[in-house]
Design a protein around this ligand. Structure first.
Ligand code: IVH
Length: 667
């Protein structure tokens, strides 16, 4: 294909894919299948790569990248103010009186839902997203553009052609309840502490350094405020309707209200209706519709005089604490759970509430039989917010955190500075053993087809396999004699186990479940030390000499290999044929040519993609780092590097090298 032809095809595919994105994520009305979408995306990816096109607003960039990015602090063009709050209808009446006193006439209000997420300001220039900044302190915020580009409901290029050349649009980044719940279910399965609520999780996700993880978190966004000069429409509501045409996700639930009665009707309706929404809301924002009148009203130091936020009351109820039980997670963390007399809150029956840890129990001074206040906010798991001490009978017993593991009886420990109690019996406590086995077979570890949480439960409870090496001793007869296990499933499991013997060493190391040895650490250890024996023979001091291995990791590794049962397990797994050394292929490509060098990659390149360059750096013993600092050895610079990066390297006197210079270094 000729270049010109290709560029046209790229452009057409980009806009077609953005259109499908819009249909799917903004309108929720997809018109093509996911498969067709993926095929087109792949085609675009291929063309862009082949013809060296690096358009940050191409749909291919929505998947993010694992190059860690630093957040530059940037100043807001218009300050990001907050809203004053109202907690009662009287306060809304006062607001209405104040407004009318200043403007001297009746006015229309717009009622909008108050989305409970993380606020964001987006800049569009000539119809393209150029910047996304968090609220920060209102004056300055973090530039999180790379992460925001992964949010599918945010348009990268606008539709139509009647948008202003330059404007800002503000709104809320949200994590839908469904995504949040799935994330927590995954954490629970791993025995890790749960996330508190979608709001904090959305905010935390937005600040992640790896935008490909952000992409996987499926954030959503609603926009509700446009700023800029040269807007021809006076109504705030009508302006947002227009913005909807440009491709923005604008809530369908906003309403123009002619008077206060209509405002109150809106509030009453959403007070309960909000629980049917896919995202968290915590109130209603009431805004004067006319922008001329808004200008008349102006701002106080903190907030606009033309708007107010009515906050919903958190749904709460009082009920009786029947007992406290304790759950042991996959990592041995013990979580106390309150068993409650069932009570209806926000449309659901609540029977249990999380108590999180011993400190929370002590702070509440909980006694069994207490009348407690239970609240259901943005969180899915309700929490106990207080105790009605006047209802306490002198005979009620104070809740004392258990001393021994409810699963295996071992005495619990609590590490200094940590809130959670742990059961230290990691190799003998059933939920912990099962957790280790589940981790072992999981996709990112050994990826064993056909075995999941339920199968592990079955194997464990039926005494078929009580640790990971026993999985490899399972026979077809044993499996088939299980009720509900068809021949096909049995064969699938056996095939999966057999195939896992080819899984590369770094994933086997990760699969062993050594505390603090995640995927990246496992890769680093294997790259440096090559075999399990070498890793086993390291001292804490030697391990900490390896980049990215701190003392916490080193101690955990040495501790793991010091246990006889772990060595026994390794011997068995070795006999069973698992990989315990780096593969010849990987070893062959490795050199030390870039040892000790920290290299930052920036810009676009002719011969290799950034991911390829990253791989080459790592293969040759160097380190690819995300941001420029005094420790940076080189900036590997392509075309179009950002001005701030240029300024930084010049200031710090860091040498820049081209793609060709870099390739020469590897010769
Ligand atoms: S308007 C000048 N509209 O609430 C103020 N804000 O406490 C412009 N929020 O920082 C904000 N939903 O993060 C507006 N429909 C809505 C909103 C909303 C949520 C958030 C926003 C703001 C905070 C104010």
């Amino acid at each position: 294909m000729k270049r010109e032809e290709a560029l046209e095809k790229i452009k057409a595919l980009q806009s077609e894919l953005e259109e499908h994105n819009y249909n799917y994520y903004v309108l929720a009305q997809p018109v093509i299948s996911d498969f067709d979408f993926d095929m087109k995306l792949k085609e675009l990816e291929k063309l862009e790569k082949e013809f060296g096109i690096n358009d940050p607003n191409s749909p291919t960039h929505r998947v993010g990248s694992d190059i860690s990015s630093d957040f530059e602090q940037v100043e807001h063009k218009y300050m990001m103010l907050s809203l004053s709050n109202a907690y009662s209808e009287d306060e809304i009446r006062d607001f209405d009186t104040r407004v009318k006193k200043i403007i001297g006439t009746e006015c229309e209000y717009v009622c909008e839902l108050k989305y409970d997420g993380s606020s964001i300001s987006l800049t569009y220039e000539n119809g393209e997203l150029t910047r996304a900044v968090t609220r920060g302190d209102g004056v300055k915020g973090d530039d999180v553009t790379a992460n925001v580009r992964t949010i599918r409901s945010i348009p990268l290029k606008l539709r139509g052609n009647d948008y202003p050349e330059n404007f800002e649009i503000r709104g809320e980044i949200l994590m839908p309840f469904e995504v949040f719940n799935n994330l927590n279910a995954e954490l629970e399965a791993k025995g890790e502490p749960l996330l508190a609520n979608p709001r904090n999780t959305a905010a935390g996700t937005l600040k992640m350094k790896n935008s490909s993880i952000v992409a996987s978190r499926k954030l959503d966004a609603y926009l509700y405020y446009i700023l800029g000069e040269n807007f021809s429409i006076d109504g705030h509501y009508q302006t947002l309707e227009k913005a909807r045409e440009w491709g923005f996700k604008i809530s369908d639930d906003s309403q123009l209200c002619k008077n206060l009665d209509e405002v109150f009707e809106f509030i009453h309706n959403w007070d309960t209706e909000r629980f049917n929404l896919p995202v968290a809301t915590d109130g209603v924002v009431i805004k004067v519709n006319s922008k001329k009148l808004q200008e008349n009203l102006g701002f106080t130091a903190k907030s606009p005089r033309w708007a107010i936020a009515y906050k919903f009351k958190a749904e709460s109820a009082s009920t009786i604490l029947n007992s406290v039980s304790y759950q042991v997670g996959r990592t041995g963390a013990v979580t106390p759970v309150a068993n409650l007399e069932p009570v209806a809150i926000a449309g659901t029956i609540v029977k249990r509430a999380s108590l999180h840890n011993a400190d929370i129990i002590n702070n509440l001074d909980l006694h069994v039989g207490d009348t407690v206040f239970v609240e259901k906010g943005g969180e899915i798991i309700p929490k106990i917010t207080g105790v009605d001490a006047t209802q306490r009978h002198p005979m009620f017993e104070r809740v004392e955190f258990i001393k021994n593991c409810p699963e295996c009886g071992t005495e619990l420990i609590r590490n200094e500075g940590e809130a959670a109690h742990y059961c230290p019996n990691e190799d003998g406590c059933p939920p912990q053993i099962k957790g280790k086995m589940e981790h072992f077979v999981s996709r990112k570890a050994m990826d064993i087809d056909g075995i999941g949480q339920e199968t592990i439960d079955l194997f464990y409870n039926q005494n078929l396999a009580k640790n990971i090496s026993e999985l490899y001793e399972l026979t077809k007869e044993q499996l088939e004699s299980q009720e509900r296990m068809a021949e096909k499933s049995a064969q699938r499991i056996l095939d999966g186990l057999e195939a896992s013997k080819q899984v590369p060493f770094e994933r086997v190391l990760f699969a062993l479940g050594i505390r603090f040895v995640g995927e990246t650490v496992a890769k680093t250890l294997v790259k440096k030390l090559h075999t399990i024996e070498n890793i086993q023979n390291q001292t804490v001091e030697q391990l900490t000499e390896i980049d990215e291995v701190g003392s916490r990791i080193a101690e955990s590794v040495v501790d793991w290999f010091s246990k006889a049962e772990h060595l026994e397990l390794l011997e068995k797994l070795k006999k069973q044929g698992l990989q315990f050394a780096i593969s010849e292929d990987k070893l062959a490509g490795q050199t030390d040519k870039l040892a000790g060098l920290n290299i930052v990659i920036s810009g676009t390149f002719e011969k290799h993609s950034r991911d390829q360059l990253k791989e080459m750096i790592e293969k040759n013993g160097g380190k690819n780092v995300g941001s420029i600092s005094k420790k940076t050895s080189y900036l590997l610079a392509g075309d179009n590097i950002g001005p701030s990066k240029l300024e930084k390297v010049t200031k710090l006197g860091i040498p820049m090298i081209s793609e060709d210079d870099f390739l020469k270094m590897l010769e």
